[in-house]
Write a protein that binds this ligand. Structure first.
Ligand code: HPA
Ligand code: ZN
Length: 327
């Protein structure tokens, strides 16, 4: 119980959370009632069952159904502010939030409405909740290089305030990282950071490709790196942080249980590990819950728990003065 209070009071930052996946149960049921055609349950108990995933591909199918509920700037605004409220309540004052513009455009949400909702939501997050939000615009990898080009163009043409990085999400199997190299090169030349997902649903070769082909500065998940000692040494030496999302990995059935998660091995090899939620209500996860579960499962001392929180500040793309304030 003491540990729970310690975790709750610990200043934390969140580096891996998808905007769509952060929608609260209340928001999703409300939107589902408004758009019954989308196939998302409007009843909370049924929605909870809807959020029981057979595997990673099933998770993505559900995620895309929720994504299609977002039809206006007001919907986006509400999600952003709701996320900020949830973060503030957990003593998290800075987050890098992944947004997938290409998917929203395909779902019929105009780009200007997306940008307006992000901007007004971000302003409200700061003013009303004291939470600074930064954006990662990510490429839905399953849609190929077309999505890469469109995401890059959307990012650079609009360059919204708070945009810090280019990401790459979706399935990994059959979606080689290297095909997106030109977009990450252009993004890095334009001053954006490189943060692809890799090693969540495929092996360490995908992480190597993210590092070598995409210049990854952090890795979304990266859990399968644990199978490759050379890769672990490389991540540790080059201070490439992993955005580990333990509950997500259990709920999408990438690992059997928290106890079976390779996080201990990652830490033992000196890899900069950060703890994150990915898609919190979809996985029944909270940032405090991730810290608490990992601390209990691994038997971490308080100093070690605090170090995990500091790892995330160091691995963030916040301004240096901001990092000092967050530490
Ligand atoms: N991985 C890939 N794509 C995603 C994820 C994830 O964890 N969450 C939402 N889209
Ligand atoms: Zn993710």
């Amino acid at each position: 119980e003491n540990l729970r209070a310690f975790v709750a009071a610990l200043p934390k930052v969140e580096l891996h959370v998808h905007l769509v996946g952060s929608a609260s149960m209340r928001t999703v049921t409300r939107l589902a009632r408004r758009h019954p055609d989308a196939g998302v349950p409007a009843d909370p108990a049924v929605l909870r069952r809807f959020y029981t995933f057979r595997d990673f591909d099933h998770f993505l199918t559900v995620y895309w159904a929720v994504q299609a509920l977002l039809r206006s700037a007001a919907d986006i605004h509400e999600l952003v502010v709701g996320l900020a409220r949830d973060l503030a309540a957990q003593n998290c004052r800075y987050a890098e939030v992944t947004v997938t513009p290409y998917n929203h455009l395909l779902d019929g949400l105009p780009g200007d409405d997306l940008l307006a909702g992000l901007a007004s939501g971000r302003a409200a997050a700061a003013a009303e909740h004291g939470v600074e939000l930064a954006w990662c615009f990510d490429i839905p990898g399953e849609k190929g290089p077309v999505a890469g080009r469109e995401t890059l163009v959307f990012a650079l043409r609009n360059r919204p305030e708070g945009l810090v990085s280019l990401g790459l999400g979706g399935p990994e199997v059959g979606v080689g990282r290297a095909q997106f190299a030109p977009f990450f090169t252009a993004a890095r030349e334009a001053g954006l950071h490189s943060v692809p997902h890799a090693g969540e649903t495929s092996g360490p070769a995908t992480v190597w490709s993210a590092v070598h082909d995409l210049g990854a500065e952090r890795i979304g998940h990266g859990t399968s790196s644990a199978a490759d000692p050379r890769l672990l040494a490389h991540l540790a030496e080059h201070r490439i942080a992993l955005e580990v999302c333990p509950t997500s990995n259990v709920r999408t059935r990438q690992v059997e249980s928290l106890a079976a998660h390779p996080i201990r091995r990652l830490l033992d090899h000196g890899v900069p590990v950060t703890l994150n939620t990915d898609d919190p209500p979809m996985f029944g996860a909270t940032l405090n819950g991730e810290y608490l579960a990992v601390a209990e499962t691994l038997g971490l001392r308080r100093a070690e728990v605090a170090q995990l929180a500091r790892n995330a500040v160091h691995a963030s793309f916040a301004e240096d003065t901001r990092k000092q304030a967050l530490l």
